[in-house]
Structure formats: structure tokens, C-alpha cells
Design a protein around this ligand. Structure first.
Ligand code: DQA
Length: 144
């Protein structure tokens, strides 16, 4: 089983950006967590981060036939991008949405998720551990 983990704009700034909201753990800490989780679960994974909407769309399209699950934190594009929603629907790969912060308890514009309409599940406000929970969900549900 292979899981694609996708991160949108500014997620590479973890640990630096608004630590009171996103925590002190760095993007590198997140990459270590993904690697450890994949090893524990016995799956392959690929991580891709981009600050550009079209790059994320391209990566979702390239997952068709190559990945069995997608974990996605579209970051700010969560709340604006119909293109990412359509890409997720196009490939039809089981997907889980992750948000490090509890978006439901923040500004009203963060409470709309387009990408979430194509995801089976949303994990919010669990810090970077949310990515581990999302990978576990996909593995327990879809690993053969
Ligand atoms: C985020 C929440 C978004 O509203 C925000 O734009 C982000 C990160 C999160 O992980 O909590 O960049 O997706």
C-alpha cells in the first residue's frame, strides 16, 4: 500500500509560523513523524508540499494508479480551491483531510472546506499527530 501525503501553502513554515496556533514542531519533525508512522504501519509513503495550487492539482492527478490513499492538508486552499476538490474527485482515491489547528474554532472563513467534500474523514486540531491518525485510518480500512 502506498499513501501520498500532500501539504499546501506555508506548511513548510511549521515551527516558525504562528506557533501559538500551529505548535512548535517543525516541518522536519512532521517528515520524521510520517516516516516513522509509515514504517510502523508497513506502508510506503510519499510527501509533497507546495505553495502553488496547480502543483497540488498535478500531484493529485499523478497519484492516479500510483497511490492507494491520500492524506491532504490543503492549508489555505482548503477554503478556496474547487480545483483541488475536482482533482480529488477525478482520481477517486480514498482521502482524509488533516488540519493541524482546530479550524472549526477559528475565523468563519476557515469553516468552509471544499477539499473536504471529496474526503472520507477530517481530522482537525490534533497538531501534527493528525497526520498519523489519518494514515492509520487509511491503512486499517484499505490495506489488503
Ligand atoms: C490549516 C488551517 C488553514 O485554515 C490554514 O490556512 C493553514 C493550515 C491547518 O493545518 O490548521 O495554512 O490547514
Amino acid at each position: 500500500m502506498k499513501i501520498l501525503v500532500l501539504n499546501g501553502p506555508n506548511i513548510n513554515m511549521l515551527g516558525i509560523r504562528e506557533p501559538g496556533i500551529y505548535g512548535k514542531q517543525s516541518f522536519q519533525d512532521l517528515l520524521f513523524l510520517l516516516k516513522d508512522t509509515a514504517t510502523e504501519l508497513g506502508v510506503e509513503f510519499e510527501q509533497y508540499q507546495s505553495n502553488h495550487e496547480g502543483d497540488l492539482v498535478d500531484k493529485i492527478q499523478s497519484a492516479f494508479g500510483n497511490a492507494d490513499g491520500i492524506v491532504i492538508n490543503p492549508a489555505a486552499y482548503t477554503h478556496t480551491s474547487i480545483a483541488i476538490l475536482d482533482a480529488l474527485k477525478s482520481v477517486g482515491i480514498p482521502a482524509v483531510e488533516v488540519h493541524i489547528s482546530d479550524v472549526d474554532a477559528r475565523e468563519s472563513f476557515r469553516q468552509i472546506s471544499y477539499a473536504g467534500l471529496a474526503c472520507e474523514k477530517a481530522i482537525k486540531g490534533q497538531g501534527i499527530d493528525g497526520y498519523r491518525q489519518a494514515m492509520e485510518y487509511l491503512v486499517f480500512k484499505y490495506k489488503k
